[in-house]
Structure formats: structure tokens, C-alpha cells
Design a protein around this ligand. Structure first.
Ligand SMILES: Cc1cc2nc3c(=O)[nH]c(=O)nc-3n(C[C@H](O)[C@H](O)[C@H](O)COP(=O)(O)OP(=O)(O)OC[C@H]3O[C@@H](n4cnc5c(N)ncnc54)[C@H](O)[C@@H]3O)c2cc1C
Length: 436
């Protein structure tokens, strides 16, 4: 490649980063107008909004996208590495080693040179400093954590069936802290998954009330980011799935298998999942010199450049970007990340041409919350539609369409369609749940 061609490095191949890198490869990389590199600490991509389905076992490895294969097909470079900081003078992204099974080093500490750097490394759950959370809770931030949760739930159910679980009550409880979209979607998915396990040979799960599922929320309503009428509908829907919801309940401490609440009461649960809000990815702390904003995320200008470094852009959950219309930071949503990917493609084309940069404007198209394989609730917004509340099968189709749009953006329509058909066909020939 021509040494004069600008080197664009995107760190993080998630909902925003993979979308951006695919677009840049098509519009700049393949035409020889830029050298595109993606860095990620994982070898494959899972669309984060579907992590709860991996955790419940309703989605499996066939839904993952291999970075090696995707980069080869789309004509960009993939580098395995964990973001560890930036050398602003030399313009290097510093990468920590990535270890595989049994701590074998898969990639050494190394550095990737850049002319333009885009940070897209997402966010992590926020434990708000609550004692015991790190030690005793499971999380749903990464594919590895989702797979661990899936195997812990399956093991718990198996132990219950075989009698290996010493449990006088004869029932188990799964508790989810956080009644946002993540917690609510996970609760509904787990209800469906445990019922499915009951139909797949774990007979004890067929006994009524054998699996209790609780959602604990500190505020007085579920999915607080959505309109109040939708919160009520979600609450009713969870009630119909026999999910217990504790509103206005603050967790003050977590010990092994117990949640302690502000009013002195407590709840025992064999598995506790922490899904209460987000904070910045800890790796961002190593990007010294960059201004930090809300929730520890990197503050950006409306152009999505960091406040101190013109050559560094931040997108998605990692960015603290002002939502001008609301005078608040943009929410951590896949919708924001994908709009920023489309914007940054054009922005970086301007940068390469030496044109003036433009300002990002977010358009809220509404939000949908999935409540099982056949139902969802939410609102869609559009100029022609106004705000429209959707519920049930139609909402679930609209929710699935969001994932399809992401697939189409990173795989192309033909492949996305093929993958959808394949995944529907696979459901006919293999168990609906991952059972190992
Ligand atoms: C269960 C769940 C359900 C959700 N549902 C919805 C929904 O319905 N609608 C919605 O709009 N949003 C939803 N979200 C939020 C949405 O997933 C995020 O807002 C979105 O994924 C953010 O995109 P991103 O590209 O910024 O980060 P991510 O998609 O999180 O991608 C980050 C990438 O960076 C990589 N990475 C992380 N750290 C490093 C490092 N140190 N070095 C190198 N690479 C690194 C990761 O491997 C990953 O590939 C949901 C989230 C969860 C967890």
C-alpha cells in the first residue's frame, strides 16, 4: 500500500466499530484511498443487544462473525490486541497481549500506527461501588460472560435435576439487578429458556414455581429510559411470565448467594446477575490526556473528535457526546452506535479529502424491549408516524429487523438474508436451546 495513504485504525469491533470498518473498507480501503485496520481483544463479533439470548442458550456460535474471515472478505486488516493506551507523539495505539485458553499468549504486546484513530470499545456494567458485586455477581457485558452465564444456569438446573444441589426448598432463584432493557430482556429470556429446559429432559423444572426469577430495580419503574406507559406494559408482561419485580429497592451489599437491601431485608438466589447501568470501559483510563465526561466516558465534540486530539474520534458507548435537543449525554444504545458509524464513514471521507468536518446529529427512532421469542414492547418514532407504541408479535418483528439491519450493514443484504434463513432452518433441526 502507498505510504502516503492515511492509516485509519478502529479499536473495538462491536455494534459501532464493525459497522464503521465495513463501510470504510468499501468506500476507502478497496479504492486504495486509506489503509483500514480493526483491533479487537476478541476473535469474533456478537451483536451486544443479543447477548441475553446467548446467556439463555437460545443463540449459539453460528450467530458469531469471525473477524479474521470478515476482514479477509472486506479487505481490511484485523489485529488481535487489547487497547492499552496511545502514544500521541508517534501516533501509535499501544496494545496489551491477549491470552487464550490456559493463558497461552495469542498476541504479544505490540503497537499499531495510525493517522486517524477511532475508539469504539464500548462500556461495562456499573457496580456503583456496591460491596460484593465483583466477587459474587455475574455480568452480561461480553460474549465470554454471556457464555459463562449460560453454562452456570444449565449446570444449576442439571444439579437440581440430579439431586446434586443440596436445596431444601426444592426450587432455585435467579436474580437480576437492574430493571433497564438488559435486565428485563434477560428475565423474559430466562423464563422461556428454563421452560424449554423442562421440555428437554430436566423434569424438575416442570414443577410450578421450581424456578423463581426476580428483577430488582432501584427506581420506581422498569425501563426508565422509555415512556411511562411502556414501563407499565413491561411490568404487566413480566407479571404474566411469573417474574417477580421489586421496584424502589436498592441493593446495598451482595454476599455469596444473597442480596441485601437498603430496608434491611434480603433475597437468596443461586445466581445473581448485575445489569444495573453502565460505566466506561476501564481500558479507557489508559488514554491519559483525553478529557473524561459522564460515567467515565471520553468527551467528544459534535464532530466526534476528542476535545484535545483532532486525530482521535470516539463513538458508541465509549463516547460522552452531547444530545443537543435534550441537553444531556446520548444514551448508550446500539442505535446511537450505528448512526455514528454511518456518520463517521462520511466524516472520515471528508478528513481524507481535507474537507471541513460536520457535526453529528442523533435521531431517536424509539426503543423496543424484547420479552421472549414471540413478543416485544416499545415505541417507534418517525416523521410520518409520530410516536407509535408497539406490542406483541409485530413489535418482536420490528425488534428482529433491528438486528437484521446490523447484519446487513456488516455482511451485505444477500449474506444477511442467507444467515437469517439458515438460522431459521437450524431451529428446525437442532434443539431450540444450547444444552451443553
Ligand atoms: C443484553 C443487552 C441488551 C441490549 N439491548 C439493546 C437494545 O435493544 N437496543 C439498543 O439500542 N441497545 C441495546 N443494548 C446496548 C447496546 O448493546 C450498546 O449500546 C452497543 O453495543 C454499543 O456499541 P459499541 O460499538 O459502542 O460497543 P460494543 O458493541 O460493546 O463493542 C465494543 C467492542 O470493543 C471490544 N473491546 C472492548 N474492550 C476492548 C479493549 N480493551 N481492546 C480492544 N477491544 C476491546 C469488544 O470486544 C467489542 O467488540 C443492549 C446491551 C445489552 C448488554
Amino acid at each position: 500500500m502507498d505510504a502516503q495513504v492515511p492509516r485509519i485504525v478502529v479499536v473495538g469491533g462491536g455494534a459501532g466499530g464493525l459497522n464503521l470498518v465495513t463501510r470504510l473498507s468499501r468506500s476507502l480501503g478497496r479504492k486504495g484511498r486509506a489503509d483500514i485496520t480493526l483491533v479487537d481483544e476478541n476473535l469474533s463479533h456478537i451483536w451486544k443487544p443479543s447477548l441475553h439470548e446467548f446467556a439463555a442458550g437460545t443463540k449459539g456460535p453460528e450467530e458469531e462473525i469471525s473477524f479474521l474471515e470478515h476482514s479477509n472478505r472486506n479487505g481490511y486488516k484485523f489485529r488481535l490486541g487489547r487497547f492499552a493506551g496511545i502514544d500521541y507523539q508517534e501516533r501509535w495505539v499501544m496494545l496489551d497481549p491477549v491470552l487464550g485458553a490456559e493463558d497461552v499468549e495469542l498476541s504479544p504486546a505490540r503497537a499499531a500506527p495510525y493517522d486517524v484513530l477511532v475508539l469504539a470499545i464500548g462500556s461495562r456494567s456499573n457496580d456503583f461501588g456496591t460491596p460484593g458485586v465483583i466477587e459474587h455477581c455475574l455480568f452480561l457485558d461480553t460474549p465470554t460472560e454471556a457464555k459463562r452465564l449460560q453454562s452456570e444456569i444449565l449446570n444449576l438446573c442439571l444439579r437440581m435435576e440430579t439431586g446434586a444441589l443440596e436445596n431444601e426448598k426444592g426450587s432455585i432463584r435467579l436474580a437480576i439487578v437492574g430493571g433497564g432493557a438488559t435486565g428485563v430482556e434477560l428475565a423474559a429470556e430466562l423464563r422461556e429458556a428454563t421452560e424449554q429446559l423442562g421440555r428437554n429432559g430436566i423434569d424438575k423444572l416442570r414443577i410450578p414455581d421450581s424456578v423463581g426469577i426476580s428483577v430488582i430495580e432501584g427506581s420506581d419503574r422498569l425501563v426508565g429510559a422509555l415512556p411511562e406507559n411502556i414501563s407499565k406494559k413491561v411490568l404487566n408482561e413480566l407479571g404474566s411470565l411469573s417474574v417477580d419485580v421489586l421496584l424502589g429497592t436498592r441493593v446495598t451489599r451482595v454476599t455469596e448467594k444473597t442480596l441485601e437491601f437498603g430496608d434491611g431485608s434480603s433475597l437468596e438466589a443461586q445466581i445473581i446477575v448485575w445489569a444495573a447501568g453502565i460505566q466506561s470501559n476501564k481500558a479507557l483510563a489508559s488514554a491519559a490526556d483525553l478529557e473524561v465526561g459522564s460515567l467515565g466516558r471520553l468527551r467528544v465534540r459534535p464532530t466526534l473528535q476528542t476535545t484535545h486530539q483532532d486525530r482521535i474520534f470516539v463513538m458508541g458507548d465509549a463516547a460522552d457526546c452531547l444530545w443537543q435537543e435534550m441537553n444531556s449525554p446520548l444514551p448508550p444504545r446500539a442505535q446511537v452506535a450505528s448512526q455514528q458509524a454511518a456518520f463517521l464513514e462520511e466524516q472520515l471521507k471528508r478528513w481524507v479529502r481535507g474537507d471541513d468536518l460536520k457535526e453529528f446529529r442523533y435521531t431517536d427512532h424509539g426503543s423496543l424491549v424484547a420479552l421472549s421469542s414471540s413478543s416485544a414492547i416499545g415505541s417507534l418514532m418517525g416523521r410520518a408516524l409520530g410516536t407509535m407504541t408497539l406490542k406483541g408479535w409485530l413489535a418482536r418483528r420490528a425488534y428482529k429487523y433491528l438486528h437484521y439491519r446490523h447484519e446487513a450493514a456488516v455482511q451485505g443484504h444477500f449474506r444477511a438474508l442467507l444467515r437469517t434463513v439458515l438460522s431459521m432452518a437450524m431451529r428446525r433441526v437442532r434443539p431450540r436451546l444450547k444444552l451443553h
